[in-house]
Design a protein around this ligand. Structure first.
Ligand code: NDP
Length: 256
């Protein structure tokens, strides 16, 4: 029963930012569960490496080069996936960036770039895949939030705004598209060892140890910690789960 419940054979999934970090961890899990994976990113070489890795493990995968802040590029990406893979069942809106500056120092171009990459991209990609999901009788959307969806932070105002927004956008899609049998959920990672956090670890003295001390699991997250939640939220096992925001953080968000 468990095998059937989590089996994604025949499903096609798009993972934005799937060529590294958390997106790659999710792509690995989804591929292992049988899904065909479209890896979306700007860096062609990185995407080719990710696809080669998935294919070597026996999965079907393609790379689609696209900037997810660009509406036309997103539309072309969805068309390419439909043309080459025939359907779109699951969308993981994972692409993200951060700019560390306090509100008074952030300029409008930096604000826009974070909001467009982390939030507007999820809107553009969800809108682009919706007709295919609706026509197929359902689908799954997974949006990647953050602990900053819950907490404020002095040095990441645009990031926190985008990640708060992603949860409300998720809930809105969950309401709007429930009748189409599309479930939309958010995942809120804690501190994960990826390129995104490398700079923060270099710049913030003692960050590594402080994260360890505050996290009940007493470790940083790894990208493969996201394989399971990706499979759950993509599979029939979560058909009655929608509009949620699930922390995957080793308990970080429950600590006072
Ligand atoms: P990484 O920097 O490792 O990966 C980010 C990915 O996003 C890259 O694959 C990059 O690919 C892609 N990307 C960025 N901008 C664009 C764009 N405009 N168009 C297409 N792809 C883009 O970061 P993480 O894996 O750490 O982060 C993944 C998600 O998880 C983000 O949304 C982040 O906010 C969130 N998160 C991460 C946490 C952490 O501790 N690491 C904590 C909480 C949330 P390319 O370079 O090819 O464009």
């Amino acid at each position: 029963m468990a095998t059937t419940l989590f089996n994604l054979t025949g499903k096609v999934v798009i993972v934005t930012g799937g060529n590294g970090g958390i997106g790659l961890g999710m792509a690995r899990g989804l591929a292992q569960a049988g899904a065909t994976v479209a890896i979306v990113g700007r860096n062609e070489a990185k995407s080719a490496d990710a696809v080669a890795e998935l294919q070597q493990a026996g999965a079907k995968a393609i790379a689609v080069t696209a900037d997810v802040t660009d509406k036309a590029a997103v539309a072309a990406m969805a068309e390419r996936v439909l043309r080459d893979l025939g359907r779109i069942d699951i969308l993981v809106n994972n692409a993200g960036i951060n700019i560390r500056k306090p509100p008074q120092a952030l300029d409008i171009a930096e604000w826009d770039s974070v909001l467009q990459t982390n939030l507007t991209s999820a809107f553009l990609c969800s809108q682009a895949v919706y007709p295919a999901m609706k026509a197929a009788g359902g689908g799954k959307i997974i949006n990647i939030g953050s602990m900053m969806s819950i907490f404020g932070a002095s040095f990441t105002p645009a990031y926190a705004a985008s990640k708060g927004g992603i949860v409300q956008f998720t809930r809105s899609c969950a309401c709007a598209w429930a009748a189409d049998n599309i479930q939309a959920n958010a995942v809120l990672p804690g501190w994960i060892d990826t390129d995104l956090t490398k700079r923060a670890r270099q710049e913030i003295g003692g960050l590594h140890e402080r994260v360890l001390a505050r996290t009940p699991a007493a470790r940083w997250g790894a990208i493969d910690d996201f394989a399971g939640i990706a499979v759950f939220l993509s599979s029939a096992a979560s058909d009655f789960v929608t509009g949620t925001a699930i922390p995957v953080d080793g308990g970080y968000s429950i600590m006072g």
